[in-house]
Design a protein around this ligand. Structure first.
Ligand code: GP9
Ligand code: MN
Length: 411
């Protein structure tokens, strides 16, 4: 039955944080352009290789955006699909497998459905086969109106590499579709070129490969740089076509690109040994929220992909206090500064917990486990409750569990 959802609902409602009145509705009625940046980790932001910026466009954009340098991805085996799931449900992906495959038959109350109820049209752009990650099925469950997949793009040997259509062509070819969407719309873009094994032709290299012994890491920088150029050109096109002013842009990294197999080269790049503490810190991915006309602001709080849904909802002026969600509005005045990774690691303002070890955030040194103790219960509960919802398809009971409640005089 649906009684389990009642406990969970009470729990999440108790954790709800009120939106900041200054920000609530700030982007009401605007188009939402969301860009999922493939395999993009924060360690490339504002960094250089041999004197050349790796993400020059993003670095400039940050100066006129909200930038979250302490934002973590929370994905597991479902990779990009996990990031999509977390983004649109404020639920965690599963500890193993990909929820896009295993629970596409569930009932959800995902962002596209809520945007729809608020007059939005929902489209997703991704130049891959529609069935990859079971997207064609899952996007129906998330209530997308339209999925522009590989068949909607012109893909030739000339304009593709590695996983498919190069990002510059992907963005460029999408514009004609974007122009036809009923406004306001939510358009989600999923890039592809910066995907392992980070293949790129010489003509597309805006910076040379790095020179460590690790080819994967060396190439990563060039494909990140390529992606940055593609996003830059996308912004230029948006401006040319008059689509920029009426939109807000949310860009974030979907998951790590460089695994622990590359610790040696990463240690060389960062100039420090990659300990389990550093490995966890490397799970930071950039989050940039750009509202045309705004000034730049660095938002230092600890945050994660789970926070995206309530954050964007509140910008649009959509209340989330009655929604099941495990994240919080990143513009709220009160911040919990707490992010849980899918493996049970967590990060607070002062500490980081991973593999049963508590670390001091400032020094990266091991510290007394008691320092992390106060957060352990919440980390476990959030993941367990989220999993219960997915495994039990509990959202189907939402709004229905009180059907049997006898009417009181106040009703
Ligand atoms: C494939 C793209 C990449 O369509 O989303 O998937 P990933 O391997 O990053 O999960
Ligand atoms: Mn990905």
């Amino acid at each position: 039955d649906g009684s389990e959802i009642v406990d969970i609902e009470n729990y999440v409602k108790a954790n709800h944080i009120e939106p900041n009145p200054e920000m609530f509705g700030k982007a009401e009625g605007k188009n939402i352009i969301l860009v999922s940046l493939e395999s993009t980790q924060s360690f490339v932001v504002n960094e250089e290789i041999d004197g050349k910026e790796i993400t020059p466009f993003l670095n400039d954009l940050i100066d006129e955006s909200y930038y979250f340098p302490n934002f973590y991805h929370q994905t597991a085996q479902g990779k990009t699909s996990d990031s999509e799931f977390i983004l649109e449900n404020s639920l965690y992906g599963l500890p193993s497998g990909a929820v896009f495959f295993t629970h596409s038959g569930n009932e959800y109350n995902a962002s596209p459905e809520i945007y729809s109820e608020n007059g939005y049209y929902n489209a997703v752009f991704h130049a891959n086969n529609k069935s990859f990650w079971n997207r064609d099925v899952m996007y129906d469950a998330l209530k997308y109106d339209k999925f522009y997949d590989i068949n909607d793009f012109t893909v030739t040997p000339d304009n593709s590499i590695g996983w498919g259509l190069k990002d510059e062509y992907f963005f460029d070819q999408s514009i004609k579709y974007l122009e036809t969407l009923p406004e306001p719309y939510y358009a989600k873009y999923i890039t592809l070129t910066n995907h392992f094994p980070f293949s790129l032709e010489a003509e597309d290299e805006y910076i040379p490969e790095w020179t460590s012994e690790d080819g994967t890491v060396n190439r990563f920088f060039t494909t990140v740089r390529y992606q940055d150029e593609a996003v830059k050109k996308f912004f230029e096109r948006m401006k040319e076509e008059g689509l920029y002013e009426d939109s807000i842009f949310v860009m974030f990294g979907d998951h790590y690109g460089i695994s622990q197999n590359h610790n040696k080269a990463m240690g060389e790049f960062l100039g420090k040994e990659i300990t389990p503490f550093e490995t966890t810190e490397l799970q930071k991915v950039p989050l940039v929220i750009h509202i045309p006309g705004q000034e730049g602001k660095v938002m230092e709080q600890v945050s994660g992909q789970i926070d995206l849904k309530p954050t964007i909802m509140h910008l649009l002026g959509i209340d989330t206090k009655d929604m099941i969600k495990f994240g919080n509005d990143l513009f709220a005045e009160e911040q919990d500064n707490f992010t849980i990774l899918r493996d049970g690691s967590f990060i607070t303002e002062d500490h980081l917990y991973t593999n049963n070890v508590c670390y001091d955030k400032e020094t990266g040194e091991e510290t007394d486990k008691a320092d992390c103790e106060p957060y352990m219960e919440k980390a476990k509960t959030d993941l367990a409750y989220s999993d219960k919802i997915v495994y039990g398809d509990l959202l189907r009971f939402l709004g229905k569990h009180d059907d049997q409640t006898p009417e009181t005089e106040n009703n």
